[in-house]
Structures are given as C-alpha cells and as structure tokens.
Design a protein around this ligand. Sequence first.
Ligand code: GLU
Length: 466
Amino acid sequence: MTASPTIRTRIAPSPTGFLHLGTARTALYSWAYARHHGGQFVLRIEDTDVARSTQDSVDQIIASMHWLGLDYDEGPIYQMQRLDRYHAVVEQMIAAGTAYRCYCTPEELDAMKAGQEARGEKRRYDGTWRPEPGKTLPPVPAGVQPVVRFKNPVEGEVTWDDLVKGPITIANREIDDLIILRTDGVPTYNFAVVVDDWDMGITHVFRGDEHVNNTPWQINIFRALGAPLPQFGHCPVILGEDGLKLSKRRGAVSVTAYEEGGYLPEAMLNYLARLGWSHGDDELFTREQMVAWFDGSHLNKSPAQWDPAKLAWVNGQYMKQADDARLAGLVAAQLQRRGAPVPEAGRLARMCGLFKDRCATTVELADWLQMYVSPVTPGEQDVATHVTDAVKPALESLRARLAEIDWDKGTIAQAIKATITEHGLKMPQLAIPVRVLVCGRAQTPSVDAVLELFSREDVLHRLRTV
Ligand code: GLU
C-alpha cells in the first residue's frame, strides 16, 4: 500500500483590512478539507502590498480566525520575511531561461500601452527584453533598475480541472510575460503564491474566483519550476441582497462586524458553509458534521446570495441551544459596550435563559435585558390603552402584595392570581399593564418569571401609578 500524500491547504489573506466574509468562507472550506482528510491547514499572510498591509489588520484577521475556530497548524507565515527565498528562485529561473530581466522604463511601457490602444490591440508586454534563440537583445541601459519577467510559453494552452468549476482552458497567447519581481525586489502575487504553495507543500487551493485568470500564469510558473501542481477550486463570489458583489459600501462584509453584531461563531460557520456548499437538505449542522461531510464535492458553481434573514434564523437556532452562562458572558460584553450596568453573572444567565428563545442575536438579547439594568419609558399609547383608571386599584393592591412576599416566581404568581380574583379581572387585564409599566412593553415571557429577575425595589418603583 502506498500512503497518499498529506493533504495541505492554506488561506492566504492580504492584511489590508478585516477578514472579509468571502475569505472567511474559503478559509472554512480549506480548513474543513484539511480536517476531513487528516491533513494540515496553513495561514499565510500575503503582505507584499507594503503600502496597504498593516499589523493591525493581521491581528484582526487572526482574531477572526480564532473566533470562528479555524485553527491552523502552521503560520502565520509572512511573505515579506521570505524575500531571500523569492530572490533565490528568481535567480534559478533566470539561469534556467524561464525568467529574464526587463529594462523597460515606465515611460516606455506607457508608450507601448498607448500604441496598442491606438491600434485597437490587447494591452500586453511586447517582448522587447524576452530572450529568444538567435535574438539580439537591446543594450542594457545605464541606471535603469530592471524588473524580472516570467517567460510565459507562447504556444499551447493551460487546462486544469477546477474542483468547483470543472475543466477550464486558457490559451497561452491570451497571457503575456508577467512581472514576477519588481524593481524594489518585492515579488508580485502570482509569483510569491507559487513559490509559497510549492515550499509549503500545498495540495489543494480554495480561493475566490477573481483568481481564475491568475491561475494559468501560476500553473506555468509551477511547471517552469518543476514543482508539483496543487488542485485548484475557485468559489464564486458572494452577492449582496441587491444581486451585486457583496461590498463594504452596501453593508457589513467583515467577520468582525458580525461578531460585534451579536452572532455566534458556530452559526456564522454554519451559514458560511451553506453559502456555496450543500450536504443534501441539511441547513443546520455542527462543525464536526461539516468536517465529516466536506470532501470538496457539492460546491456550488453559481454565486450565492448573502441573506441576512436566513443568517438571523440560523443564529436564532443556535441561540436557543446555547448555554445560558455562555450567553451571559456575551450579553455582558454587549451591555458594557453600551455603558450599561451588568447584572451578577448567575442572574444574568437566568435572564438569558428566559429570553434567548425570542432573540436572533446577542444584541437583541441585550436589548431585551436592558430593561433590567436601566430605567424604561413606557410608550404613551401603551399606557393610555392598558394602564387605565379601572385597573389602577388592582395595580396598587398587587404592589402592596409584592411588597410583603418572598421574592420568587411561585409566590409572585400567587400574588398576581390573588389580585385578579380580588378585582374580578382576567389575567391579561392585569399582566399587560404590569408589563407596560415594569418592562416598557406590552409583551414579554410569563410575567411572574420576568418579574422575579427584577429587584423587588425596581418593581415596586415602576408599578407606582400615582
Ligand atoms: N492574497 C490573495 C487574496 O487575498 C490570496 C489568493 C490565493 O489564495 O491565492 O486574494
């Protein structure tokens, strides 16, 4: 028996902002694929865009990966710490004749571009410095720092069987000799990505389909290096509700925004997984199930649409199952962020248990629980409708009873029952005005359970009607 090579996947974000939802989704697929096969998952930071890359962004990306539970086996590996390696590979390629120095100045390249545009031709490098057998190259100009270009094959085509999109073929004549090393010695994306995927033994690359057009270059560079080719899977873009590409201008696109928005990481993972992949009709599944099921098949070829209502539903399902003490910790953070007082942990957990069923997010849960820690202002209309003169005497006698009793749900329920009997009311005729005054809204879970979690003082104070 021959052992199959270890599956190794990676996510390679550029640290120029938060972890984007699309990147989080390909990170999830890469992670799940590695875990499914008992392989390894690597985090690589593609920081060669020096002007736009920041350590703050790296920290945010790592925090979001951690929050989502996408644990990596190696990394973060920073491209800017690997410059020596890229330079060595460039030198090898120049020696082997698969790359060459190009001394065209920016002005010459502009003139080349203008000429091509004027002639209605496709914009491409014209091969001035491309060495060919029998060709005499121009004399090397003094004082011009060269770039290094990849000598892309001119004939034939590049074909790969994309894990998501199926077979893709692009003719070599469509692509030109791309720059692999800039004058400042920093490699370009298409080159560094190949050296890294090769050095890191990456076997499967999942990424967004904006990279489909880069893949032929990358495959040609792998071949020029004699390096084994990984398999590629290009996931379609995520569309916003308006059918356009999900973008910052039209709503939250970072994982951080959803963390702050009160979503649970397991719900986010579940939702992101389904956005572009399916396992039968399953809508809700655990991280373990996803790992067990994710074998690279059933990835959607067509773009998925971001659906906030569905995400809220998924999150609501996880909220219902979530441990009360855990929710209390999350709600405490939300309340703190608002500058609101935070109830004692045990009491806050009981509040979460009482209200979590009706909340899509921990932000909504904090909205509900705010009434326990801050004064409420009942709506005028609610007061006029429900806190009528006819019911005020009953509210006063309830108040008197509540002042005396042991403060627990059962005894509070008895006090309410005794009051409605005494005043000949039906339960809602008393319970609704109590809710309006104490909670600031007419509908809540069972009123005795709700009241029990207030302090007696707060309830007596809010029930005062005169
Ligand atoms: N840095 C690239 C990006 O963020 C990585 C693409 C790739 O996975 O090859 O789009």
